[in-house]
Design a protein around this ligand. Sequence first.
Ligand SMILES: [Zn+2]
Length: 260
Amino acid sequence: MQVIPKLFLDYNPPMPLKQSEAIILRTYPLREADLLVTFFTRAEGKVKGVAKSAKRSQKRFGGALEPLTCVRAYWQDRAGSELARLDSCDVLLSPLSGEIDYARCVALSHVAEMLDELMPERETNDSVFRLAWAVLQNLESGAIWMPVTYFDLWMIRLLGFLPALDECIECGNSLAGQPAWFHALRDGLVCQQHRRIASSEMSLESREIAARMFRNPVDHFADEPLPASRLADLRKFLMQIIDRHLDRKLHTSAQLERLD
Ligand SMILES: [Zn+2]
């Protein structure tokens, strides 16, 4: 039997420094001066890491750890720990650079909560990353509803939770040009005949906009600011899908509803 010298067994090589575009999702205070940071990276999906002395030293992180800041993040994994060490971040786009009002804050928090709740740790998902990145560039004060609805629709589709919107899930009949209904306790849309008590109607307009959202990037809709009332049915339908999936309601979906 070959004997491995003890010295060799004890040797932990330093972990390489990793880097990726990333979106800061949330931070928690940790010990005296450190922050626990959850960030969604393009390279490795959602990562949790400790930013040493981030509360004390503004030099290294500055405003880079504000939720929803788009950054280039540098981190190191640590042997025997699920928590990485977040070394530094270069700000690429800060949500604070645009006008901040309450509605935009809620919308930004909603994107963060969706990513945090729905994305598993350390699972790369380039489509979801590109979606979130593009939506954040378009989430401007006074025009939150189109990008928020676009984000929810695509997010649910990319995660595989979205049923077909053009046919009744009971009988399979086409819903084109027909009224369509949805219910909190089941997936998908149904026709007039299969409508249950306490269903909500999904307007033809919302279904048409959803179909356009599947064919176009989010900035295609930048010149179509929407009042909250339009697409409210589509957002309700989408949030019911998320509620069923998580078995609870997102904090920010209740906040968004109160803005309506
Ligand atoms: Zn039917």
